[in-house]
Write a protein that binds this ligand. Sequence first.
Ligand code: SF4
Ligand code: SF4
Length: 334
Amino acid sequence: MNDYCEKAKKILPCTDENGYYEIRMESIGGLGANLAGKMLGELGALHMGLNVSSFSSYGSEKKGSPVRAFVRYREGEEEILRNAPVLSPHLLGIFHEAMAKSYPVFAGISAQTQIVLNTRMSGREAAEQYGVQTGTLYCLDAGNLARSCKCRLNMVMLGAMAAASGFLAIEGLEKLGQESIGKKYPDLWKANLAGMEKGYQAVCDRQGFLCGKEGRQVEQLPQSPAGCGLDSMQEPYAGSFKGVIGGMNPAAGNSVQNNLSAGREGFIPVFHPEKCIQCGLCDSTCPDMVFRFRPGIYKGMDTMVNHGPDYQYCKGCLRCVNVCPTQALTKGEE
Ligand code: SF4
Ligand code: SF4
């Protein structure tokens, strides 16, 4: 218990009918949502005097696969008795905008939800683009901010989510980071701290957009208002009656319907055809058969000619860049 605890006694700005404040982060492997969830959990438990649970859900542990991190807070003597994934978040962080094309990242939002979205769009544009009809949307270009500070994207998002929540103390997050990352890697921590502060400031500067029929800019950031409770619990979206018949994955493997761009972390292989010697190493290395080789002419001979990657199927692993012997493929920002 410390300074933050006093503030924490009535700190949760809103809870559901059972006193839970819930956070969900939608991300892909490699962007650090899992660590962000752990930090928010520690912040609540160690620095704010809250009861906390924090866990993540992911399939195969590989870069680019979807990851969801969940955090649950409850005040006072009430234990955390709920272990299910967060379906109706009060605070929602979407680390990777492209996920909105393929996954229901906005599922379960309500008028009380503060949504932090990593995008270059404004709140109004994003609300229109993704059909967000409720909640308050805070948009920031977290990828660019992270690159400019040379830090992890999760730190920028943590700062932004702290600002949007109206009660998560950025000082507490900074202290946590200093105690963990800062002790081992002081230089790295400096960059991450700068990123966290930039994320916080970006939300403060741009403020939020109130989604709905008459969407408008928020005049003031949330300030720990009295409890506002959700009207009712959402029905779970998965279960024995709603699961896909036979447990089949309808989007398995690579097909014309699949779009793997959601797996990218902001980088793509850039193809420079003038340097390509048609060796085919990229094609045999790429795990998703992304390269388009077609019959053509190279150095006066009939052969299969590389027409570069088809970005719909590219998940951005950049193995092809590493293997190309002539730098005909280079790492580029998306
Ligand atoms: S980055 Fe290269 S190797 Fe990886 S999926 Fe894309 S094209 Fe294939
Ligand atoms: S590895 Fe490089 S040089 Fe070889 S085919 Fe691919 S792009 Fe061309």
